[in-house]
Design a protein. Structure first.
Length: 159
């Protein structure tokens, strides 16, 4: 027996939940280029004209990816995690080598479907929690097919 990810949802909303994430190509090309890193931090404005020297070149791979072979990028579809700053269209950096600890944002596979949620370990069992009041918590039942596919380590979104 398959349990719904979001009980009480309409068919249209259930279809949207199924398409919540789409697995894209591994991280080979996304952050390959190196960019200039200024010598000083910019608190909330432009760099000082006096500080026009480049400190070094950086690659976002070096800063966003801890385990190169087990890191993937996934695109978010939906608004269930907006309370944690994860919005529709954002790009998630997902590391399959990281352990899924209490409170982590994870990519879970529940009854064969991907979802992004916060993982909580409680006395009642594991709970997948959305960061939006319209989405109820999902208590993982023993008869459900459940696994943590990976841990979200970074969220990239356009301002």
């Amino acid at each position: 027996m398959r349990a719904a990810i979001h009980p009480g949802r309409t068919g249209r909303q259930t279809r949207r939940a199924r398409g919540l994430l789409s697995l894209t190509h591994p991280n080979k090309e996304l952050f390959r280029r190196q960019r200039a890193l200024l010598r000083c931090a910019v608190p909330a404005g432009f760099p000082s004209p006096a500080d026009d020297y480049v400190k070094q070149r950086i690659s976002l791979d070096d800063h966003l990816i801890q385990h190169r072979e087990s890191t993937f990028f996934m695109r978010v579809a939906g608004d269930s995690m907006r309370g944690l700053g994860i919005f529709d269209g954002d790009l998630l950096v997902v590391d399959r080598a990281l352990p899924a600890a209490h409170g982590c944002v994870v990519i879970a596979v529940l009854d064969g479907e991907f979802t992004v949620k916060q993982l909580l370990h409680t006395a009642d069992g594991q709970i997948l929690r959305a960061a939006h009041p319209a989405y109820p918590d999902t208590l993982i039942k023993p008869d459900q097919d459940f696994s943590v596919w990976g841990v979200v380590s970074w969220n990239v979104h356009k301002l």
